[in-house]
Ligand binder design. Structure first.
Ligand code: PLP
Length: 299
C-alpha cells in the first residue's frame, strides 16, 4: 500500500492503514516511510476522536532502540488492558527498525502509537484495522536535573486506565503546564488516598532516613521500564509515601526515572531546594544505569 495515498482513500479503504512517520526531513524510503509533512491518519481515527490508543516512548541511543523488547511487551499489555486487538508485534518491531535506520538519528525518541483505527464520533468502537504510527525525532540529552511541582489533581489508582500507557494524556498536559507556569519542569501527582504516585512522564524515587523508596504499582503509577531497571540493578523498597512527606525536610535526595531522562536528580520540590542534588544514592543509581545503557541493548 502506498503511504502517499490521499486522505479520502484512507477513509474509504478497509485495509490496514499503516504509516511510518519520519519526523525529520531526510530520505523518503520505498513509499512506506513518509516525511512528517506527508504523514496522515483519518480524521475519524478513534485515537484522535476520543484518545482510544496506546503508546510507547523508546530511547534512541547511539542509533539503537534501547530496551525495545520491554517496550513492545508493555505496548501489548496496554493494548490488552484497553481492549484493543492484540497488535502485530513483528510489524511494530519491523517499523521501528525501518524508521530508525532511515532517520540515521543518533540520539532521540521513538514514539510508537497504536490506536483502535477509524471509529464513530463517540466512545463505541468499530471493529476494524488499527492505526500504527512509528515516529522518530532527535532529542538532546539535556535533562541534567529537574525541578518538580506537586499538582493539586489526583491520579486515580482505581481508574479503568490505571497503569496503562494510553494516549489519553490530557491530564498530563494540564499538569505539566501547571508545573511550567510555576518554574518547574515536571509535575508530580499524588493518588486519591494522598500517596505519592508519579510524574506526567516519569516515576519518582526518594531517599528518606538513608533508604531508597519508590511508590508501588498499586499507587496507580505506570510500570516504568526505567523504574523496573533501577529496582533490578540498584534495589529500592516499593512503599507508599504520604504526599505531605514530599518536602525537603523529610526527603534527603530524590530522582525521576524515564526512558528519555534515565536517572535524573531532583533539584527542588515546589521551589524548595533539596539538600543534595545529586546525592550519593542518586549518583550510584545514575552510574549503574549509565553502565547498563552502555553494556546492552536489551536489558
Ligand atoms: C505517566 C508515566 N509514568 C512513568 C513513565 C516512565 O516510564 P519509562 O521508564 O518506561 O519511560 C512514563 C513515560 O513516559 C509515563 O508517561
Amino acid at each position: 500500500m502506498s503511504a502517499r495515498r490521499g486522505p479520502d482513500a484512507a477513509v474509504q479503504s478497509n485495509k490496514p492503514q499503516r504509516q511510518y512517520a519520519l519526523l525529520v526531513a531526510l530520505a523518503y524510503v520505498n513509499g512506506e516511510l513518509v516525511e512528517e509533512s506527508e504523514a496522515q491518519v483519518s480524521a475519524l481515527d478513534h485515537g484522535f476522536v476520543v484518545g482510544d490508543g496506546v503508546f510507547e516512548t523508546v530511547l534512541l541511543d547511539a542509533g539503537r532502540a534501547f530496551a525495545l523488547d520491554r517496550h513492545i511487551d508493555r505496548l501489548a499489555r496496554s493494548a490488552a488492558g484497553l481492549g484493543l486487538e492484540p497488535p502485530d508485534l513483528a510489524e511494530v518491531r519491523m517499523a521501528v527498525g525501518r524508521v530508525v535506520t532511515a532517520s540515521a538519528i543518533g540520539r532521540g525518541r521513538i514514539r510508537i502509537t497504536l490506536t483502535a483505527g477509524r471509529g464513530p464520533l463517540g466512545s463505541a468502537r468499530l471493529a476494524g484495522a488499527p492505526t500504527l504510527v512509528v515516529a522518530v525525532a532527535p532529542d538532546a540529552d539535556t535533562h541534567r536535573s529537574s525541578s518538580v511541582v506537586v499538582v493539586p489533581w489526583r491520579r486515580n489508582e482505581r481508574g479503568a486506565l490505571a497503569g496503562l500507557k494510553t494516549t489519553s494524556y490530557g491530564e498530563n498536559v494540564l499538569a505539566l503546564a501547571y508545573a511550567l507556569d510555576r518554574g518547574g519542569d515536571e509535575a508530580i501527582f499524588a493518588n486519591t488516598v494522598d500517596n505519592l504516585c508519579e510524574g506526567t512522564g516519569s516515576n519518582i524515587f526518594l531517599v528518606r532516613e538513608g533508604h531508597l523508596v519508590t511508590p508501588p504499582l498499586s499507587s496507580g503509577c505506570l510500570a516504568g521500564i526505567t523504574r523496573a531497571l533501577v529496582l533490578e540493578i540498584v534495589g529500592a523498597s516499593e512503599e507508599d509515601v504520604d504526599i505531605a512527606e514530599l518536602v525537603p525536610t523529610v526527603v534527603e535526595e530524590a530522582f525521576l526515572t524515564s526512558s528519555l531522562r534515565g536517572v535524573q536528580p531532583i533539584a527542588s520540590i515546589d521551589g524548595k531546594e533539596l539538600g543534595a542534588c545529586p546525592g550519593p544514592v542518586t549518583e550510584k543509581a545514575r552510574a549503574a544505569y549509565g553502565e547498563l545503557l552502555g553494556s546492552t541493548d536489551e536489558p
